[in-house]
Write a protein that binds this ligand. Structure first.
Ligand code: ACM
Length: 264
């Protein structure tokens, strides 16, 4: 299975242009599944909730989802992409899953980072795992990485691959994702953005790039630059994530001591 990791540098608010860039990057390299960054059509740093309401779209009938469906059909591939979602008077930091046959699902970010709490409602969808035929793919968004329960839940739900649309600002994520993969014996595909936004004076946000693919043994299969748009393609066998044994006597799931863990 070929996975395309799409790293972009969105122009804030220019949805049409950002979708054109995404389409051009996807057209450069064939893959079966493409992972795109968080909020990849709008940019990241909203001044307030009103501004998100103006740019957010409904899912699945909003124009960004329809365009991403068209790209997926043309590429005969699955796409996972972060979008600002409008639902009634609420806005969510969401990710959609689409494929050649149509819309598959959405996830709304559970762990909002910093000023996102002023702009978005916290997610109300469980962490989802989709059976895409050749792989079971789980979805989480950016800062969800900082909560090991996110990826553990996806792994326990049967994910082979965790798709991780991101707009990373903290430097620790790329290395931490290696540990998340080791803990769960899953693949992780982090698709990040580059560039900076200073839409709130004095609050520059610099995005770290370094989109990457990690395998279930913690090996870095590919890692992108810190500063430019690009697409990387890795070829993996999703079945490699299904055996949770690390030696004849230890299985990462069977050995869990849920009787000793705290739940709340
Ligand atoms: C983040 O969650 N976008 C840092």
């Amino acid at each position: 299975m070929k996975i395309g990791i799409v790293q972009t540098h969105p122009v804030f608010g220019d949805i049409v242009r950002n979708l054109q860039t995404i389409e051009a990057l996807i057209n450069r390299q064939p893959a079966d599944l493409y992972v795109l960054p968080e909020l990849c059509t709008t940019g990241y740093q909203f001044k307030d909730r009103e501004e998100v309401l103006e740019l957010a779209e409904s899912i699945p009938d909003g124009s960004s989802t329809l365009k991403l469906l068209e790209i997926a059909r043309a590429a005969q591939a699955f796409l996972i992409a972060g979008l600002a979602e409008r639902c009634g008077d609420k806005v969510y930091n969401s990710a959609i899953v689409v494929g050649p046959e149509g819309f598959i699902g959405r996830y709304r970010k559970a762990h909002l980072f910093g000023a996102e709490k002023n702009c978005f409602s916290p997610g109300d969808t469980p962490f989802p795992v989709y059976d895409l035929g050749s792989a079971r793919v789980g979805v989480m968004i950016c800062f969800d990485w900082r909560f090991p329960e996110s990826m553990r839940t996806l792994a326990l739900e049967g994910a082979d691959i965790v798709a991780h649309p991101s707009n990373l600002v903290l430097p620790d994520c790329p290395q931490s994702m290696i540990t998340r993969c080791l803990e769960n014996r899953v693949f992780a595909i982090t698709a990040d953005r580059v560039g900076a936004e200073e839409r709130v004076p004095g609050q520059t946000m610099k995005f770290i790039g370094q989109s990457q693919a990690i395998d279930p043994s913690g090996k870095i299969l590919a890692r992108a630059s810190t500063d430019h748009e690009e697409i990387l393609v890795v070829e993996i066998n999703p079945q490699d994530a299904r055996n949770k044994s690390i030696n004849p006597q230890n299985n990462l799931f069977a050995d869990r001591r849920v009787d000793l863990y705290r739940e709340d």
